[in-house]
Design a protein around this ligand. Structure first.
Ligand SMILES: [Zn+2]
Length: 225
């Protein structure tokens, strides 16, 4: 059987020190599907994973990791009051912890994850957005960029051109917005992965055509990561 040999996934237990991973990417860069894939890779080896996601994410069911290709699975929803070290320490036989929507964690929670890695030697893989719709770092992402052992970018294309998307353009009623609350999940906004040029100069005609032809499917363009 062919096995994914990405070293952070399937390192045999005891083969080394656990690490804290942060994989970031713009909207629609495949983060949720990657989590589901990593979980599957562990589970085919009969190794148990703990899946966590943010309770802030109410796009689908609270406590669900949903990929845009339709695969979903339950995950434990965490709020910013949860002590992640205590939560993880209370689980038994965990081979790895996988966290979606990691940008919404607090700095304290990221510090708790460093203790999970350093003190109980469980790898923690976090996935999330780096910058918000106004190009400020999310608190969880800022702390992860500082404290993670390994940081990787997950790439996706700009919605308007072939360049890499590094930013997320927020749309309200199909129009770009450049100010507002950092976290605005569950509203009528949608997001597009874009390059810097198209963040600053989105092609509004193309947007309008898209609205006309697709009705701007909210679910397609929303925060699904
Ligand atoms: Zn572009």
């Amino acid at each position: 059987m062919s096995v994914n040999r990405q070293n952070y996934l399937l390192t045999p237990k005891g083969a080394g020190m656990a690490q804290l991973f942060f994989r970031y990417g713009a909207m629609a860069s495949g983060k949720s599907i990657e989590i589901l894939k990593v979980a599957h890779n562990y589970e085919v080896q009969q190794r148990k994973v703990l899946l966590l996601t943010s309770a802030l994410d109410d796009r689908t069911e609270v406590g669900e990791i949903a990929s845009r290709i339709g695969l979903t699975r339950p995950a434990q929803a965490i709020s910013d009051q949860d002590d992640l070290f205590a939560l993880i320490q209370n689980e038994s036989d965990i081979a790895a912890v996988l966290i979606d929507e990691a940008q919404f964690m607090t700095k304290d929670q990221v510090m708790q994850l460093t203790r999970v890695v350093d003190e109980i030697n469980i790898p923690v893989l976090t996935f999330g957005l780096k910058n918000d719709a106004f190009n400020n770092l999310f608190p969880g992402s800022e702390a992860l960029l500082i404290y993670a052992d390994k940081i990787e970018e997950m790439k996706t294309l700009c919605s308007f051109c072939g360049h890499k998307a590094t930013m997320n353009l927020r749309l309200t009623d199909g129009q770009p917005v450049y100010e507002g609350a950092q976290v605005q999940i569950g509203g009528d906004d949608s997001y597009l992965p874009v390059c810097r040029q198209h963040y600053n100069h989105p092609d509004l005609d193309a947007l309008a055509r898209r609205v006309k032809t697709s009705g701007f499917d909210k679910n397609e363009n929303e925060l699904t990561i």
